[in-house]
Design a binder for this molecule. Structure first.
Ligand SMILES: Nc1ncnc2c1ncn2[C@@H]1O[C@H](COP(=O)(O)OP(=O)(O)OP(=O)(O)O)[C@@H](O)[C@H]1O
Ligand SMILES: [Mg+2]
Length: 573
């Protein structure tokens, strides 16, 4: 339950309604005192009574004001604390998400949920502990007081309130789905902004600026339309309220005036009755605003709850906490995989192979042949649909994710660096790495040389995503970072595609000497990058086409031979 996020701010959340209760008590008593001043003091010309009651009224007003300020402060503290806790909890939850969970929501939608939706929930919470206590209390007690003064006149608002309730109910019913649509369009707009900003270089290079602007304008317009559709119903709230308020006042003045003339009511009574009516109508107005805020927040809260209810599908449920990966052997047994977890939409089918600990393995295959998909199953970035993946002789599900991923380092095809210094990025691999270890890893990844050339060397600050590095430099930093983990298995997914062939060879040679006991899997486009491997796996359309050494495959495998000869030709020409 979202409300549990109040946590240590509960005290403030409970004190707020208390302060408000006292405030309401005062506000309700003031008109009563006033009617006494008029009907008893002034009518009898008793000045001492007027002064006594007048002073009492001032004291009550001061007390009521103090309580209102206190309640406001407490409510603010509780609401900010609530939203900050909620945001933290949501963030922790997101960090447990698997790739599959993340694929389901767009990152833009996740960030709207973290920001706009939480702000909406925060406002609703503030309303809940403040106005949602004040208005009904005010409504009930003012109604009681007014009925007490004159029950016949009170009939007016017993007629008015149900009418108002029906109108409000209708507004809320219409508006709720419109708010939901509005938030979805916000997601879409945010995703366009995010995408354009991330890919701003590509946008400029392809002179697609106008196109992106158009796309954004379209999205912004659709947000505007959705907002308009919701708000034009919401604003009906005001005129409906006012119409009913003034109708009440007029009828009370009419009937009350007649009663005074007939001598069945006192002037002071009518004046305080009118004040109560104002209080009743004000609290009804507040109530309607509270409802609208809640309806709006309900759309947001259900979006937040969607995240809380999302079950991270990759977890440690089947893991043995003490089991460590003992070596770098890998075994795939009849593995099938689908991104949509659907047997009719298979990306990998019936893949079986074995890799011994310390072997070097190459994976080749055309683009889209599921190479990346295959290796992602080893550190359990996704779970298999059928079959088993074993690492170090045990099913990957038997290890905790921490233990497994500590031993399986994967350099992703889309490499990611964070803003911060080069050394900070490298320490991601091992936060306790010594300078010597870092330099050694960078030398192996052929990164040391270019890092040294930067004026600030290892302390060079990288922009977001490493924008101030070349593609090949980024790749080499990512390899160095993976090496620092000293894993039992290292997976390089097309990690040297942006590096020239000579450097590529140097990296391979260095890896072979540095990682003699580490299983290494290299996905490559170039045959030369993998031809010295102990084993080469050829993937074709999600299936294993062949497994063998360079010599085997050259002799027996059509795909490999073609790839090899075509690439050799390229070199010789
Ligand atoms: N996150 C994802 N959700 C759904 N489908 C995906 C996802 N990632 C990849 N695919 C699909 O899975 C198939 C295999 O993709 P994969 O990335 O494994 O290919 P690849 O062999 O690594 O290609 P490349 O050489 O271009 O990197 C493709 O058809 C792709 O459209
Ligand atoms: Mg790939």
């Amino acid at each position: 339950m979202i409300l549990s996020c109040v946590g240590k701010y509960k005290k403030y959340a409970l004190l707020t309604p208390l302060a408000i209760m006292l405030e309401v008590l005062m506000e309700i008593s003031i008109p009563y005192v006033m009617s006494k001043i008029i009907d008893v003091g002034i009518n009898n010309g008793d000045m001492a009574y007027v002064v006594k009651m007048g002073v009492l009224m001032i004291l009550m007003a001061i007390f009521s004001l103090t309580m209102a300020i206190t309640a406001g402060r407490f409510a603010a503290v509780a609401a900010m604390g609530f939203s900050s806790n909620l945001r933290k909890k949501l963030f922790y939850k997101l960090s447990d998400f698997s790739f599959h969970n993340i694929d389901k929501y767009s990152t833009a939608s996740l960030s709207t949920r973290m920001t706009t939706d939480i702000t909406n929930a925060q406002q609703a919470f503030m309303m809940l502990i403040r106005s949602a206590v004040r208005s009904p209390m005010m409504l009930v007690s003012a109604t009681l007081m007014a009925t007490n003064i004159n029950s016949e006149l009170a009939v007016t608002f017993f007629v008015a309130i149900p009418i108002l309730a029906v109108i409000l109910g209708a507004i809320i019913r219409i508006v709720h789905p419109r708010f939901r649509i509005m938030l979805e369009r916000y997601d879409k707009m945010n995703s366009i902004v995010q995408e354009t900003l991330i890919a701003i270089r590509a946008v400029k290079a392809f002179v697609r600026g106008d196109h992106e602007t158009e796309k954004f304008e379209e999205a912004a317009n659709s947000v505007r339309k959705a907002q308009l559709a919701a708000e034009k119903i919401v604003i009906l709230n005001m005129p409906a309220m006012q119409f009913i308020a003034y109708s009440c006042m007029i009828s009370v003045l009419w009937f009350g005036g007649n009663k005074i003339i007939a001598g069945t009511m006192l002037t002071g009574e009518l004046i305080s009755f009118l004040t109560y009516i104002m209080q009743i109508l004000m609290s009804l107005m507040m109530l309607s605003m509270i409802f609208i805020t809640f309806v709006f927040a309900r759309a947001s809260i259900s979006r937040i709850n969607e995240i809380f209810n999302e079950v991270p599908d990759i977890n440690n449920d089947d893991a043995d906490k003490n089991l460590k990966v003992k070596d770098g052997s890998i075994k795939f047994k009849n593995v099938s995989f689908s991104y949509s977890k659907n047997k009719n939409n298979i990306t990998l089918s019936d893949v079986s192979f074995e890799i011994g600990s310390g072997e070097t393995v190459g994976i080749l295959g055309g683009t889209g042949s599921s190479k990346t998909t295959l290796v992602q199953l080893i550190p359990r970035l996704y779970d298999v649909l059928e079959g088993e993946v074993e690492v170090g002789g045990n099913n990957v599900k038997k290890y905790t994710l921490d233990h497994l991923r500590d031993e399986v380092a994967m350099v992703l095809q889309k490499n990611v660096l964070f803003s911060g210094s080069i050394i900070d990025n490298l320490r991601w691999g091992d936060k306790n790495a010594s300078d010597e270890e870092i330099i050694k890893a960078c030398k192996a990844a052929q990164a040391h040389e270019f890092i040294e050339k930067f004026p600030d060397g290892y302390n060079t600050i990288l922009g977001q995503g490493g924008v101030n590095l070349s593609g090949g430099q980024k790749q080499r930093l990512c390899i160095a970072r993976a090496l620092l983990k000293k894993p039992k298995i290292i997976i390089l997914d097309d990690s040297t595609s942006a590096v020239d062939t000579a450097t590529d060879k140097k990296i391979r040679d260095a890896l072979r000497t540095n990682l003699a006991h580490t299983t290494s899997i290299t996905i490559a486009q170039r045959v030369t990058s993998v031809m010295e491997a102990d084993k080469i796996i050829i993937l074709d359309d999600g299936k294993i086409n062949a497994v063998g050494t360079h010599a085997d495959l050259l002799e027996n495998n059509e795909i490999y031979r073609e790839l090899y000869t075509s690439q050799q030709k390229g070199v010789q020409e």
